[in-house]
Design a protein around this ligand. Structure first.
Ligand SMILES: Nc1ncnc2c1ncn2[C@@H]1O[C@H](COP(=O)(O)OP(=O)(O)OP(=O)(O)O)[C@@H](O)[C@H]1O
Length: 362
């Protein structure tokens, strides 16, 4: 390595993007530094979607590196490359989805689905190709949050494969598309788990960087099936700061660890209420619990969302916050959380790629 290459490497080793928490070199994003005639070629590939951050990162790199080049030109290739990351027991990634991320909660009603859809939209806004699977077989809520008209059905191909339904730029699939109000879902246990595997594998996901799976609450059959049959690169546990929700969240974290699925972090929802009249902040469900849990279980808090009327109205109205009002404070919190989640995943080991396989069977 030449003197200039060394100096460049060292200065890149001092740039620490907030969401990554480590420097560009340690994170493995610097794939090439080469002094050539009259110029230095530099290739930096962040492994997570961060379109909104690239201009500032480019400026920072240029400002630090250019003075070191002794008059040579800087040829900088700064672009995102999302790879598949290691799934449990080294299972190969799905062909059509590089990274499956499970969004779970220990108990119901903590806002897991709202969080999942906003995180999916945030990854999309940052430039990733994203799918969302509503795995809540018994109470699918994503079709409503995605604003899809009642009775929306996915197209089928060859009679047994579903074309994902596009909504706000992401590919989606939900049991809500397959059942009607007249056909109550009476499956339990193995049948429901079978339905999840089927939905996952018989959907023609197209070239996804991330498939976000919105799990039903708890630690039951569906979660177990996911752990056995589907390669999951990472999990996120959504919780409110209430003690009881936290205890349930701990069970969720432990469940994923037991089945060798990495927990990327905790998202704390409804952490603080901001009065829409006077702006007064109140910690409705207590304060600091997720931080404590994060420390005790060595799991970072990826983000903290307020209890906000807008989040509820926008989700329940079919255009979740990130799509409805991308510049709002709440949307920015979701974007920050999603970037941290994906950045943390980018630091885990690379996974095995799947071999081409025909999913459709007759
Ligand atoms: N941060 C928030 N502020 C205000 N309302 C919220 C927030 N997050 C979620 N909600 C609302 O809380 C309700 C429950 O949310 P959601 O359906 O996402 O929860 P869940 O944990 O997925 O529920 P379930 O256990 O039934 O699957 C919804 O009406 C949603 O709009």
């Amino acid at each position: 390595m030449t003197r200039i290459e060394q100096a460049v490497r060292q200065s890149l080793g001092e740039i620490i993007p907030e969401e990554l928490g480590v420097d560009l070199v340690s994170a493995g994003t610097v794939t090439e530094i080469e002094e050539q005639e009259g110029r230095v070629r530099l290739v930096v590939h962040p492994g997570y979607p961060c379109a909104s951050r690239l201009p500032a990162l480019r400026r920072e790199i240029e400002e630090r590196v250019t003075p070191l080049l002794e008059g040579r030109e800087l040829a900088l290739d700064l672009s995102v490359r999302i790879k598949p990351h290691r799934a449990q027991h080294d299972m190969p990634a799905m062909m059509q989805a590089a990274n499956v991320i499970a969004v779970a909660s220990g108990k119901g009603g903590v806002g897991k689905s709202t969080t999942a859809v906003n995180l999916a939209l945030a990854l999309h806004a940052e430039g990733a190709k994203v799918g969302l699977l509503d795995a809540d077989i018994f109470g699918p809520s994503q079709p409503i949050m995605l604003g899809l008209p009642k009775g929306t059905r996915p197209e089928t191909r060859d009679g047994n494969a579903f074309v994902p339904v596009m909504a706000h730029g992401i590919q989606t699939m939900s049991m809500g598309y397959l059942v009607t109000e007249q056909t109550p879902v009476v499956w339990r246990g193995p049948k429901a788990s079978g339905a999840l595997t089927q939905m996952m594998q018989q959907t023609l996901w197209h070239d996804l960087d991330y498939l976000i799976v919105d799990l039903p609450p708890g630690t039951g059959d569906i979660q177990l099936t996911l752990a056995q049959k589907i390669p999951v690169a990472g999990a996120v546990v959504v919780t409110t700061p209430q003690d009881i929700a936290l205890l349930d969240a701990i069970k969720g974290v432990e469940m994923f660890r037991k089945v060798d699925i990495g927990v990327l972090g905790i998202v704390e929802n409804m952490a603080v209420h901001i009065c829409s009249n006077c702006g007064h902040e109140e910690h409705v469900f207590g304060q600091g619990g997720a931080d404590r849990m994060g420390r005790d279980y060595d799991t970072p808090v990826l983000g903290s969302l307020p209890l906000s009327l807008r989040i509820r109205e926008q989700a329940d109205g079919g255009t979740p916050t990130v799509a409805a009002d991308p510049d709002s404070a709440e949307a920015r919190l979701y974007m920050d959380t999603a970037r941290r989640m994906a950045a943390r995943l980018s630091l885990t080991r690379e996974g095995r790629r799947a071999f081409p396989k025909v999913v459709m069977q007759h």
